[in-house]
Design a protein around this ligand. Structure first.
Ligand SMILES: [Zn+2]
Length: 335
């Protein structure tokens, strides 16, 4: 696999749907378009093939500026178009395109080399800022993620909304790699397929293209809520869990999904344990340490929160819970 670079866009790109995109752009491709301000804005979309909001927003942005000069040069990367053609996050033989970037924990591959090459190219172009666009599965509000708590990063995140998540794991994400050379964010635009998700991302990209500079002043604290991920919660392997099967070992509460980005008090019940004496879940902090008992207890077969916390990414999708995790737990950061 070789990185393809292109300096014009085919007309078909403006109308093609994400599933057919692969017929037009069969390999990962980096586009460069000129604009009034020379330092380019960088946008990556479809690092996860089933997360289409970023591509649809980018398409609308390109249509908007089709007949006029861009206010700033724009470079954009269309990632895993092959997985997109099948509506999948990635194909079985592929690495996750949002774990391949410099500082990754994956072994070297064509994909990790490609990611390094893109970063080098954009560093040479003195990239102005970087935006990577994603969707998630549960009932989550829109928010931006950053890996540095510096004023420019907070400003870029705050332009999308007041909700910001600061994280340092997983490694090898696009956002973390670009953070070494420019202000960088990941947008989480809710579930794929929602028109208001596309509109919000489009509005944001348009604002970023019109930004002339970042200020070094701190973001006013009343305008922003920054949370830090303190644990990833998984269900122990082999534990039979469900949201409705009364025979499962762990019967999870169907209301869990409503708890995303809400302060949940200690004592709140998350589910019931049936014919199973052990704690059915594990919580691991960002340095890989077990912190289960800090957050959860098992009392009279009820799985309960031990402390006040704020979950994110809770989903009712049992497949996603198995492949990825049940949720993340967060704490508010005082800026
Ligand atoms: Zn994603």
């Amino acid at each position: 696999m070789k990185l393809k670079q292109v300096s014009s866009i085919p007309d078909e790109l403006l109308s093609i749907d994400p599933k057919s995109l692969h017929t037009l752009i069969p390999e990962p491709t980096l586009f460069h378009l000129p604009g009034k301000q020379k330092k380019p804005l960088f946008i990556s979309v479809l690092l996860h093939g089933n997360e289409t909001t970023g591509f649809l927003a980018l398409q609308k942005l390109l249509i908007k500026f089709r007949k006029q000069e861009l206010p700033r040069a724009l470079s954009f990367y269309l990632g895993n178009t092959e997985a997109a053609s099948l509506g999948l996050r990635r194909l079985d033989h592929q690495p996750d395109y949002n774990r391949i970037w410099p500082n990754t924990e994956l072994t070297d591959s064509n994909e990790t080399k490609m990611a390094q090459e893109i970063l080098n190219i954009m560093a040479n172009k003195k990239v102005f800022a970087s935006i990577d666009i994603h969707n998630n599965t549960g009932l989550n509000p829109h928010y931006a993620c950053i890996t540095k708590l510096e004023p420019q990063f907070l400003q870029l995140a705050n332009l999308y909304g007041r909700l910001v998540v600061y994280f340092t794991r997983p490694k090898g994400v696009q956002c973390g790699a670009f953070a070494e050379i420019c202000p960088s964010v990941t947008l989480e635009c809710g579930k794929p397929g929602q028109a208001h998700g596309v509109d919000h991302a489009l509005e944001y990209l348009n604002s970023c293209l019109h930004l002339s500079d970042f200020s070094n002043h701190p973001v006013p604290t009343q305008d922003i809520d920054v949370y830090h991920t303190v644990a990833q919660v998984k269900i122990k392997e082999g534990t039979h869990f469900s949201f409705n099967d009364q025979q499962s070992e762990l019967l999870l509460d169907k209301d869990l999904e409503r708890m995303n980005f809400t302060e949940i008090p200690a004592g709140t019940q998350w589910g019931r344990v049936i014919n199973h004496a052990e704690m059915p879940i594990t919580a691991i902090n960002e340095s890989g340490k077990q912190v289960t008992s800090k957050f959860f207890t098992l009392t009279d077969n009820r799985l309960q929160l031990n402390t006040n916390t704020m979950p994110s990414m809770l989903t009712l999708d049992e497949r996603v819970i198995k492949q990825d995790c049940l949720c993340y737990l967060m704490e508010k950061i005082k800026l």
